[in-house]
Design a protein around this ligand. Sequence first.
Ligand code: UDP
Length: 341
Amino acid sequence: MKILITGGAGYIGSHTIIEILENTNWEVIAVDNYSNSSEKTYRRIEKITGKKINYYNIDLTNLSLTEKVFYENKDIIGIIHFAAFKSVPESVEKPLLYYHNNLNSLINILKCQAKYNIPNLIFSSSCSVYGNLDELPVTENTPLNTPESPYAYTKQIGEKIVDDFIKINPTLKAISLRYFNPVGAHKSGLNGEVPIARPNNLVPYITQTAIGKLEQLTVFGGDYATNDGTCIRDYVHVCDIAAAHVQALQKLISDKNFPKHSIINLGTGVGVSVLEAIHAFEKVSNQKLNYFIGNRRDGDVAAIYANNDLAKKMLGWTPKYDIDEMMNSAWLWEQNLNKKQ
Ligand code: UDP
């Protein structure tokens, strides 16, 4: 059974491939154009799993190139569509790039899904679809607010496109997974996030500061109405996210009564403040981090964390890792990455 993974050389895509190769007998076909990743990721996957994967260097906004993958692999039974641009600030700077890339690639994937009658699709969505919230924890029934960035809007529209498309195709099913804050790395320390530019996200910023690539971490705001004044997020281990994709696809494949299109939160349900995250890092790395409390960052919400009951009920998914393990694996990966350079 072949599974097509788009964005296979990316952060979540690569961890999902590892999870598949380690726990199923599925064959992986990966697609990426390395716009925010590198072909080297596949060497790391092969080192961890001892297995070879087939992969293509393709821009999914090109329909004829995309179709080639389906034409050459007629027995694909599921698609996990990760490939997308994902930087919130960049999307504000370059909205057309984000709308073009994230929506056209999705539309091309769906055209091929229908043409080649691939029964199952998992779509990468994001908790950013909720916009600013009043009520926590957030459930899937929470009405969606205006998205805060073009990136978030591509995910809102993406979910709607999937929904409209699946509705009119009787043989096709999909699950959209709304990720909260995926962090951490594979427990081997051999695969993790590789921020190409200066990172925007908290955990790579922490590990790069600790290793000395960056001088100091700024905590964006210490005057929020939270327990310690810093923002609260739902950090979830990337390997838990990867496992959820495998469980979701297994459900679609094996459970004939599974709904046509489900939308499911992937978070731990635990809110962690920026200072708590920093302290967890300091504990597991046994070193003090150079940080200071600075100004708020535009566009940040004070707090967001998931209600994950639906993922537990529908997918049988329970996240295994806590913030200490997320930090520990991210730190191991940062140290390994630095050794090689
Ligand atoms: N954050 C921070 N300093 C940084 C990067 C992030 O204080 O250098 C905070 C940010 O304000 C937010 C949290 O860490 O409250 C998570 O930010 P991230 O960009 O990782 O994810 P987001 O939730 O914004 O998607």
